[in-house]
Design a protein around this ligand. Structure first.
Ligand code: SF4
Length: 291
């Protein structure tokens, strides 16, 4: 927190607009109270923030805030009319009992690329040490702030080793990051899931996804009325691509609507009629969120 207070002092900030991931909701009041005790006013953004692609400088300005505090995300390069402070939030979860229990799943691989998301960079380091001690050749890329760190839509830190490794190992929680890598490579991808306390092989998930995708592709071919979902969030804004796609689909005889969302959900299109919706928002949105 010291670095944060130094930065706020440097910016002469008084009122702070705070964005944070859903997973930090239980802690955010505590963080806000700490800031208030130190003389700052805070406004907690209650719209979901999935990444640093979403900087709410316009909203913050309207609420007369002078700085945006983005917690648990790293700079995505989004331009902002207000200063933005990115505050790391790193969980120190011990992965060793899990890898010890599940090591057999990795034992036959010699060259392993390990990757993670921001919150788990410390846990990843412990996994890397563990694998090195077992004479594995470990590959770790760096394209974000930390070694091995990927974003859901930026997975180069892992993919750059696709030609060199025997498998990939994600350290963290959830399916989004390992699934992204799994879809982009033929090599096996595993997730050391710190919540589920096991190592998960993503091959089966990939097969299910690809079957679903083939089904959706056919649905799109047959569709008469299509919605293309876009977002006005700065780092997700693909409006030009959406209009090009609309033109292409219209040439195939379809009726196409562009739908703009802040955060997309099924309930927001209730009453409208579409044969299919195309996601041009964050790739982490599941079909189930939209359809
Ligand atoms: S577009 Fe999605 S995956 Fe990419 S940074 Fe934003 S929230 Fe994360």
């Amino acid at each position: 927190m010291k670095e944060l207070f130094d930065e706020l002092k440097k910016l002469k900030a008084k009122r702070i607009f705070i964005q944070y991931p859903e997973g930090l909701k239980t802690k955010i009041q505590e963080i806000s109270s700490d800031l208030e005790k130190n003389g700052y006013q805070t406004v907690l953004c209650c719209e979901p923030t999935f990444g640093a692609c979403d900087v709410r400088d316009f909203e913050a300005k309207r609420l007369k805030c002078d700085v945006v505090l983005h917690i648990a995300h790293t700079d995505f390069g989004v331009k902002s009319e207000l200063p933005v402070i990115y505050l790391d939030y790193i969980f120190d979860v011990d992965p060793i009992p899990i890898i010890e229990k599940e090591y057999e799943k990795l034992s036959s691989y010699k060259n392993i690329c390990v990757f993670t998301s921001l919150q788990y960079v410390e846990s990843m380091k412990k996994v890397v040490d563990y694998l090195k001690k077992r004479s594995k050749q470990v590959f770790i890329g760096k394209t974000q702030k930390y070694d091995g760190q990927v974003l859901g839509c930026r997975i180069d830190a892992a993919l750059k080793f696709a030609g060199k490794v025997d498998c990939f190992l994600y350290v963290g929680t959830g399916r989004f990051h390992p699934m992204g890598v799994c879809l982009a490579t033929e090599k096996p991808v595993y997730s050391l899931d710190l919540e589920k306390q096991k190592i998960i092989d993503f091959q089966k998930e990939k097969m299910i996804y690809l079957k679903k995708k083939a089904w959706r592709d056919q649905e799109l071919k047959d569709a008469n009325v299509v919605g293309i979902a876009v977002s006005w969030k700065q780092g997700q804004n693909r409006i030009d691509e959406a209009f090009s796609l609309k033109e292409k689909l219209e040439k195939q005889g379809k009726k196409v609507y562009i739908l703009a969302f802040d955060t997309a959900s099924k309930s927001k299109t209730l009453g409208m009629k579409f044969d299919i919706l195309i996601n041009m928002l964050c790739p982490r949105m599941d079909d189930e969120d939209l359809l």
